[in-house]
Design a protein around this ligand. Structure first.
Ligand code: HEM
Length: 447
């Protein structure tokens, strides 16, 4: 039974207490967005203020909880099936879809490279709807069913690599392997061929750029003209970020070109991808190559470290709570066949799905800094007013279920390692738009 309680809507970036009234807020001269005069929290503010991880985490908990309640942000709510995808007005009547009422603030555009027009960054509702129409079919549960074997093959390879690393090094860095896995999955499903990170088995410029993408996004949002400034101001941080931005463009372009090459090589056997409709729209000249590239950029970033950071925190948190691990292992042993289970079976496991929900609640990978504009007059939301805006929700949940189940089946003795000085400090969350472990590693041993 849903509770009908009123919660204040987050203002564009506020965590201020109480109902947010635009009248009390300032107006961003650049974007026209209303913003609160005080109590502002964004990852970029954290960056400016040099907030330490516990302080950020404290704020993120507030933001994460309230944002999840408001249905605008992540946490178990965002990635769960919503009881309603409609906004509720003060008196509880159904209104327009929530995403159309609480429009994206200018911050979304500042996070991405200048001029990028993707489903993530656009603020124009018609254009956003157009992109969503082209993309949501590929992300539906029925369409993802056909992609399950590719997802499973990547999960299996990640676990095999972890096992090898444990044998050689004494521990496996699950942060690294989950990142490689999620990157390869989004590559294969979107462009027809994986980025082959799991085969290469080592970090390269591409994966390092992806790891740093949230920091660069936060930097860009703080200094929107850093690409320009970096030409004249030889500050290493700007130079590095500008170079990484150019590489991001190039990587997205190459990924789209790679798909085109695959199509040309065997036109009779073109695999369905998450972008099938988008590629078709480009062929029909309804979409430009630049728009395809921009959406590719969005998928590459949004579809990789969100999932891999969540999996890293899931493994870490479960290993640190033996009673949780025991209950999870019991469920996996009792209710899953030893071989040949699929997503349908995994969906039926309440404890596994509870562990995933709880990880998303506590370590929501994108639990802050995605501000929406409060309509004039302010709004009160009811708890029932939940919304799903993450287009990758079904894919993310499929990956999380499969990878978590296979990991704990493969390594029932998994424990956090103290090898090479690994400690809880490494797992302190840092938040530059996306939440990730401060040490950029999570060593786990299982023997
Ligand atoms: C655990 C994993 C994930 C988390 C926690 C997560 C979280 C989020 C959040 C908080 C938003 C912003 C919602 C908003 O402000 O409108 C979002 C949007 C988005 N996500 Fe995810 N996400 C995850 C996985 C994925 C995956 C696997 C993809 C695959 C491509 C993806 C693609 C996107 C895109 C394209 C958007 C923009 C959608 C729109 O505005 O219409 N996400 N996600």
């Amino acid at each position: 039974m849903l509770q009908r309680r009123a919660y204040p809507v987050l203002s564009t970036t506020s965590i201020g207490i109480g109902r947010v009234r635009p009248g009390r807020c300032g107006v961003d001269p650049a974007t026209g967005d209303r913003r609160p005069a005080a109590g502002v929290f964004t990852a970029t503010n954290a960056l400016r203020l040099g907030m330490d991880a516990p302080a950020i985490r404290a704020v993120v908990h507030v933001v994460g909880t309230r944002a999840a309640v408001a249905g605008l942000c992540v946490g178990s709510r965002l990635l769960s099936s919503p009881p309603s995808s409609h906004g509720m007005s003060d008196n509880g009547r159904r209104g327009a879809p929530i995403a159309n009422v609480y429009l994206k603030a200018g911050f979304y555009q500042k996070l991405v490279p200048p001029g990028v027009s993707s489903v993530f960054s656009v603020r124009d509702t018609d254009l956003h709807r157009r992109y969503r129409r082209l993309l949501s079919g590929g992300m539906s549960e029925s369409s993802l069913k056909s992609m399950y074997p590719a997802i499973e093959a990547n999960v299996n390879l990640a676990i095999q690599n972890m096992r090898e690393e444990m044998e050689k090094r004494g521990a496996a860095d699950v942060f690294k392997w989950w990142m490689f896995m999620a990157t390869d999955i989004i590559g294969e499903l979107t462009f027809g061929e994986s980025f082959r990170m799991l085969e290469q088995k080592k970090k390269n410029q591409y994966s390092l750029d992806l790891e740093n993408a949230p920091f660069i996004g936060a930097l860009r949002a703080t200094f929107p003209s850093f690409l320009y400034i970096s030409k004249f101001l030889p500050l290493p941080v700007f130079k590095r970020a500008a170079a990484a931005t150019m590489r991001h463009y190039r990587d997205a372009e190459e990924s789209v070109a790679r798909h085109r090459r695959l199509e040309l090589a065997d036109p009779t056997n073109v695999k369905a991808t998450l972008f099938s409709k988008l590629y078709k729209a480009e062929d029909d000249e309804q979409l430009s190559l630049k728009e395809t590239r921009d959406n590719a950029l969005a998928y590459i970033v949004a579809g990789s470290d969100t999932t891999s950071n969540t999996l890293t925190y899931l493994v870490w948190a479960v290993c640190r709570h033996p009673h949780v691990k025991k209950a999870l292992l019991n469920e996996l042993a009792s209710f899953l066949p030893s071989h040949g289970f699929g997503d349908q079976e995994l969906k039926q496991l309440p404890y596994l799905n509870g562990v995933i929900d709880e990880t998303l609640r506590i370590y929501g990978a994108a639990a802050s800094a995605l501000p929406r504009v409060v309509p004039p007059g302010g709004r009160l939301l009811l708890v029932a007013a939940l919304a799903v805006t993450c287009i990758g929700v079904h894919l993310a949940r499929m990956e999380l279920r499969l990878a978590a189940a296979k990991f704990f089946r493969a390594f029932p003795e998994a424990n956090i390692s103290g090898l090479e000085g690994m400690s809880d400090e490494d797992m302190e969350p840092t938040m530059y738009f996306l939440l990730s472990p401060k040490g950029k590693r999570c060593l786990v041993q299982a023997y």
